[in-house]
Ligand binder design. Structure first.
Ligand code: DOR
Length: 446
């Protein structure tokens, strides 16, 4: 018996789209790696398993009633370190990830200093290796200081470990720079992630543009601000052959543009976030700053279009855009409040609502929250294949809870879902060679 984590997880419902697996079975972890997995029609009796239990120190978990899934991969989070440790740190952000069922996160470059060179990349990776509860990969900035003026050293950052490039938080307004970034993305084989927002159209806007923004006296951001940039970037992807990924799609027009581009064979992928398919702009009513996010929450029509886009495969990924902020940055006038939602600890149960509504199957959901983001970023995770490091989440789909931001592992309590009653919770997450019991007592040992 090797000295690392040794676990036999029995009778769980294993879903692993990377191997086409979906059924009841056993999963054996040896020395922190997946050693065997097997789907069976019937429940195992203790002696039944063909996995030989050679050592009494092997822990055996009864996962009946639970899903056994590859650890989720979030390709869009803000960890805030370095520079904004008062909002979140690598340690607290990754703890929030694990609490939410994520074993891998990719962090955006809008830190201070911006992650636009290999020194910052190396700093984040080193810190995450030492302190991170889960695996962290970095996304480098497209332009120096995210100022949109000059390309950053993409090659050096790629060599240092960046898995994608993005100026997320800001659009790259200069089309020539975006063209060059996409050209490099082709050479490096990594995606460019577009924060699709026409800054001219969105200038000064703080919520969706429409009747409600007029009623509230708030400056609106039209859907067109997103759609025109998605269309521009699709044109540039077609021109360059670069790999384009559209972040946080929030509009029906955005979904349509991506759908058409895919039909035309252009290399584009897209993500949306739980808040965009769960909430509408109505939540802003009462000047609720926890509902202030960029792009803004939209309308019922957009929510429906996003669900259609998720169902028909136009939208490949569900990411959280976890954007923690300090309380003081939200306890102020709506105009002045920071944009963003602390999303890691509510994402999975919100996604499960899509399964309940029949929008996605469980298998689709695992594809969009584990396999696809891993494939798009070229990370060898999001799968339970034999020999891989054991990144596993045990999910109780029936466990109900009330969202209590004060109980978050994240330092960011800025959520519009506080007080919501949600169903479905990770009860244990296996990552980096250890098992985190999230709901103590929920993991039954045999
Ligand atoms: O709402 C947002 N917050 N949207 C972004 O694109 C950036 C993020 C942040 O960094 O706070």
């Amino acid at each position: 018996m090797k000295k690392g984590l040794n676990l036999l997880i029995r009778n769980g419902h294993i879903i692993d789209p990377s191997q086409g697996m979906d059924g009841k079975g056993d999963l054996l972890i040896e020395d922190g790696r997946i050693r065997e997995l097997e789907i069976r029609d019937s429940e195992f009796k203790t002696q039944d398993s063909r996995f030989k239990i050679q050592n009494s120190r092997l822990e055996i978990i009864d996962a009946s009633g639970l899903y056994v899934l590859p650890g989720l991969v979030d390709m869009h989070v803000h960890l805030r370190e370095p520079g904004y440790e008062y909002k979140e740190t690598i340690k607290t952000g990754t703890m929030a990830a694990v609490r939410g069922g994520f074993t891998t996160v990719c962090c955006m470059p809008n830190t201070k200093p911006v992650n636009d060179n290999e020194t910052v990349t190396e700093f984040i990776l080193r810190k995450a290796y030492a302190e991170g509860a889960c695996y962290v990969y970095t996304i480098g900035a497209i332009t120096k200081g995210q100022k949109g003026e000059e390309l950053a050293e993409m090659g050096m950052m790629r060599d240092a470990g960046c898995v994608a490039f993005s100026d997320d938080g800001f659009p790259v307004m200069n089309s020539l720079l975006m063209r060059r970034a996409l050209e490099y993305s082709r050479v490096f084989g990594v995606p460019v992630i577009s924060h699709a927002e026409d800054a001219g159209l969105s200038a000064g806007g703080v919520m969706n543009e429409g009747a409600l923004s007029v009623r509230l006296g708030l400056r609106g951001i039209p859907a067109a601000a997103e759609v025109v940039m998605i269309k521009r970037d699709i044109e540039l992807a077609a021109l360059t052959g670069g790999r384009l990924h559209i972040a946080h799609v929030s509009t029906a027009g955005g979904v349509r543009a991506v759908r058409e581009a895919k039909k035309a064979g252009i290399a584009v992928t897209a993500e949306t976030c739980p808040h965009y398919f769960t909430l509408t702009e109505e939540v802003v009513y009462g000047y609720n700053t926890n509902a202030k996010v960029n792009p803004p929450l939209r309308t019922e029509r957009d929510v429906e279009a996003l669900k259609e886009g998720l169902a028909d495969g136009t939208i490949d990924v569900i990411a959280t855009d976890h954007a923690p902020h300090h309380m003081d940055e939200k306890l102020c006038e709506f105009d002045k409040a920071a944009s963003g939602i602390s999303g890691l600890e509510t994402a999975l149960p919100l996604c499960l609502r899509l399964v309940e509504e029949g929008v996605l199957s469980m298998r689709d959901l695992v594809e969009k929250t584990a396999l696809n983001p891993a494939m798009i970023t070229g990370i060898e995770r999001g799968s339970l294949r034999k020999g891989a490091a054991a990144d596993v989440v045990l999910l109780d789909p029936d466990r109900e809870f009330t969202v209590d931001p004060e109980g978050f592992a994240s330092m960011g309590r800025n959520t519009p879902f506080g007080g919501w009653r949600l169903r479905g919770r990770p009860v244990a997450v296996i990552c980096k060679g250890r098992m985190h019991e999230i709901d103590s007592g929920a993991v039954k040992q045999l």
